[in-house]
Design a protein around this ligand. Structure first.
Ligand SMILES: Cc1cc2nc3c(=O)[nH]c(=O)nc-3n(C[C@H](O)[C@H](O)[C@H](O)COP(=O)(O)OP(=O)(O)OC[C@H]3O[C@@H](n4cnc5c(N)ncnc54)[C@H](O)[C@@H]3O)c2cc1C
Length: 225
């Protein structure tokens, strides 16, 4: 039937589109429903992806969508609001999938690839510069700030590990900053930024514009730095 699929994939980021490509090539009837807010959207480029190094995130997804549709996979912009198991008829698709626009589809299987949302610390400037000067992963973006001063936000016990890790990219000894709650807000002079989300970001690193930047000055050295 028109609105029945072998697999409905909720989330059309890299994971969802990769699954859709494989399943479409396996001659499954596939629908990807995507809300259009991939986690890495703030970043200028995707790194460490062989064959597509430095591709802008949006371009990578556009290529992926095109590849999926080339094998008959369908992609719909929208938000899945509910998935209900159906047990009325065993031969029918097992799941009813509801979308925010009031439409619905049926699926034999549902694949959830909704990614995660970063929950940023309430520090002015962090949200504004997230993905450009405030970084979560040295392997993804350390090269772009190599040899520049980097500060580690000490938000978890893993921050010490982060501080040591970053020394591979910058000779400047990174320092760990205590959470903003323990210092006066005036120490952080970045532009105001609000953050929200559902998953805690672990020890993001900040790359100040220079050694004398407010962020760098507000750091407190730690024994391991
Ligand atoms: C700033 C930043 C930079 C990064 N850079 C890199 C990098 O260079 N290299 C690297 O390998 N990794 C990088 N990452 C990690 C990156 O986020 C992942 O590699 C990649 O985005 C994960 O893809 P995903 O498909 O799991 O999730 P996402 O890309 O987040 O995609 C999930 C999708 O599901 C959608 N969605 C969520 N809920 C629903 C719903 N109810 N209905 C419909 N759709 C929904 C979202 O809108 C989104 O489009 C970076 C992360 C961040 C934060």
């Amino acid at each position: 039937m028109e609105n029945e699929y072998d697999v409905v994939i909720i989330g059309g980021g890299a994971a969802g589109l990769s699954a859709a490509l494989t399943l479409s090539r396996a001659r499954r009837r596939v629908l990807v429903v995507d809300a259009g807010h991939p986690r890495n959207a703030p970043a200028g480029h995707v790194h460490n992806y062989l064959g597509r190094e430095s591709t802008p995130p949006g371009d990578l997804l556009a290529i992926g969508r095109s590849e999926v549709m080339g094998y008959g996979g369908e992609i719909r912009n929208g938000i899945v609001t509910a998935v209900h198991p159906r047990s009325d008829a065993p031969e029918r698709p097992r799941f009813a999938v509801e979308l925010a626009d009031g439409t619905g589809v049926a699926a034999r299987r549902v694949l959830v690839t909704t990614g995660l949302t970063d929950e940023l610390p309430d520090i002015p400037g962090v949200a504004e510069h997230w993905g450009s000067r405030v970084l979560h992963c040295p392997y993804c973006h350390g090269w772009e700030v190599r040899d520049r001063p980097v500060a580690i936000l000490g938000l978890s016990p893993m921050s010490a590990h982060q501080a040591l890790l970053w020394r591979q990219w910058t000779p400047t000894s990174p320092c760990c900053c205590t959470p903003v709650r323990r210092r006066p807000r005036t120490s952080w002079r970045g532009s105001p930024g609000a953050a929200s989300g559902s998953s805690r970001a672990r020890s993001p690193a900040s790359a100040p514009t220079g050694p004398g930047s407010p962020t760098a000055r507000s750091c407190r050295s730690t024994p391991w730095s």
